[in-house]
Design a protein around this ligand. Sequence first.
Ligand code: FRU
Length: 914
Amino acid sequence: MTLKRFFFLSVLFFISSYFSCTRPTDEKEYRIGFSQAMSNDEWRHSMNNSMRLQASLYPQIDLHIANADYDVEKQIAQLKEFISDSVDIIIVSPIQSTPITPVVEEALNAGIPVLVVDRKTDNQKYTAYVGADNIEVGRNAAKIIVSNLQDSIGVVEIRGLKGSSPAEERSLGFHQVLDNFPKIKVLATLEGDWEKESITEGFRQLLLKTGPPDFVFAHNDRMAKGAWDVARNLGLEDRIKIIGVDGLHGPNGGIQLVIDGVLNATILYPTGGDEAINIALKILNNEVVPTNNILSTTVIDRFNADIMQNQFNKINEQKNLIEKQVSGIKRQEQLYYSQNNILKISLVLLLIILGLAIYSIYSKISIAKKNRQLELTNKKITVQRNQIEKIANEVKEVNEAKMNFFTGLSHEFKTPLTLIMSSIESLKDWDRQKGNTSGFEVELIQNNSNRLLRLINNLLDFRRVEDQQFNLRASKTNIYKFSNNIYKEFKGEAKKRGIKFNITTNNEDLDLFIDRNLIDKVYFNLLSNAFKFTPDNGKIVIEIHDNLDDSTVNIHFKDNGIGIPDNELRNVFTPFFKGSNNRKNSSGVGLHLSKQFIELHLGKIEVRSHHGTEFVITLFKGNTHFNEDQIVIDPELVDTPLNDFTEEIILDDNYLGQGTNNGEERYSILLIEDNRDLSYFLKNKLSVEYDIILSDGTDGVELAFENIPDIILCDVNLPDKNGFEICEILKDDLRTSHIPVIILTALGNKDSFIQGLQSGADLYLTKPFNFSILTQSIKSLLYNREKLRYYYTNNIHKIDQAQSFGSPEQLFVRQLNQYIKVNLDNTNFSVENLADSLNISRVQLYRKVKAMLGVSVSDYISNYRLEMSKSMLETTNLSISEIGYSTGFSSPNYFSTAFKSKYGVTPGAYKKSL
Ligand code: FRU
């Protein structure tokens, strides 16, 4: 159990027990059940009231009065209910004695004391009796008659209910006295039931029959009044003296009837209500009480009626007073209890608040404790997390290192491969020139080099895919032609191995937007696999199916090879997966890459295996599923096999332009390459046309500054500075910024390409490169250089006016021109002065100007002066000699000679011709 729950349960328990113990309750300690014979007359009302009043004085008494309503059965039932309810005491006023006797006994047997009031039971078996002595009542009535004794007296007795003890006893006492007086004759006895209606008719008949008696003794005042009413009706009231019983006070009571002269007398018959309660309480408190508690009775006649009335009135007043006091006390009690309860509630609330305060302090402490524990756990978790992170990083680093190792190794493979492939190419060229066909071994070397290259490329592509470095370059491609070209590449092998190899399509004209380079790799991977696992004389099919009713195309690659076990099918595209039935060597990245490449096209690739293997590629038609920057324009395919092993990125649109060599001097190439084999291979091949300066990478920059070559070929991975850094230094330097740089590298990824661009390289060729493309590129760059040179030399004075200069070359020419312009009229301005102003050596200036502008520096200065003078001739009215001096010629003659040798006319003739 939590402390919180314990606390609340305790508070609840406390509150409930607190209130249940101390709160006053309506339920008394003693339950008294009173079965009243009837409640229709004043005497019974008076009895009930005095009982209630008396009981109210004792808060521990719970008095329940049940009205039997003259119904004996009902009374029996009430008594039985009291018994079954186990009331503490029963009070009963029996309607009749006999029927009630057994129930009273039953109650006594059940251990419930029974107090009989007013009327008795037959056998007098009860705990106690309270009531007046009814025999005495009867005697008193008789004594009144006796005291009026004359010669003879006629008496009529009107009895109460037969079988009720008061009726029997009153009659008994009455007759006991009268029987001693023979002159007193009981003329008649009328049987009543205590109510006047029960005797009026009988009494009337009696009066009519026998005339008025001297006395009438009625067993109660109500029947006595009934007899008087009958006598009065007959006008006989004054002749009959009527005696009643009860002697109730109040307006309709017997005392008033005596005062009014209706009754001659009445015998006081007290109800005994209050005494009954007192005796019941004593019984309940186990006090000894007499069995018969007889209440005193007295005769009320015209002599004492007033006094009695007054006394009873006083008693009544006092009762009322007591009643008021009791209800006042009750109100006080209520007030006390409610205040007491408020006080207790306040106390409880105070306790609750106190408890809550203690609980909140406890909670705070335990929260703080838990927080501390949490902090500790957190710290532990952090430490563990850091450890895991560290381990993960270490694993990552190890993986990275492995990947770098494999990537580096793959790059390393590319350079020797370049050499091998270029050498084979040379061999084949040589054979071709001689008119020979290449030998089987040459083909074998070339095929296997290609294969090796593909494997290396797969490895490198895997890394690029992992790094998400592929940018899709989709171009419109006739898919049948494209597939057919690759088909042709494999046809030879198919033929050799007797494999039935076919390509089919339902739409030869279908164009798709694909990245040819990537899809080419997918085709090669799928076909290589098919050929690997298809036995000799097997069957391989490429089927291009244009789904004419939707926007997709399916390309199927089906073979009847060993197939893939069903449970392994879903793994074939996971990297490094190798089928359990695959006994051949494989890197396990080909299919993974194929899937990645197809997904880059937003297509999908699926595999099925049933009597062989079938790969199905699904691609979208059209190009709306690509972004604009993914769509490029590639030349239309020609019907020849693709040269798969060359990847080149040409920065200059004019790379196909023919290089120009003026035939007078050879261009020089600085080759910065640390691989000696490649270096010598290239030197051998290129030295046919160019002067080659070799650098192993350690002195590349220095050799470039020294020689100012026409073109630089530079590797990337070099011992000292890398190729990008060298390129950047050269492009930043005024002396070498004009020299085209070709980066030769095995790094075929986008980042390297961008790095190449940023370093200012003019061309970026990835190894292994096709030698003829290299020579073509060199020519193209030299040709462009010539075009630029032509532009500069023919726009000498325009260059310094143009505002949008940006490239270092343009800046150089502009600076050059500015220095010459400033010194235009300075005949002593020399090449040395110019080199000093540009902060480079005379030789470097010479080479730079020669390389860029194709003339010597002095010729350039001279040309500049002449161009300016020509322009002045055109735009000013200055004399020839003035123009000659102002453009730096030492004499007018020299100016004329120089002008004529450049423009074919003298300045004077030129001016005139304008
Ligand atoms: C009241 C009463 C009285 C009489 C008494 C006898 O119900 O009729 O008038 O004295 O009962 O039990």
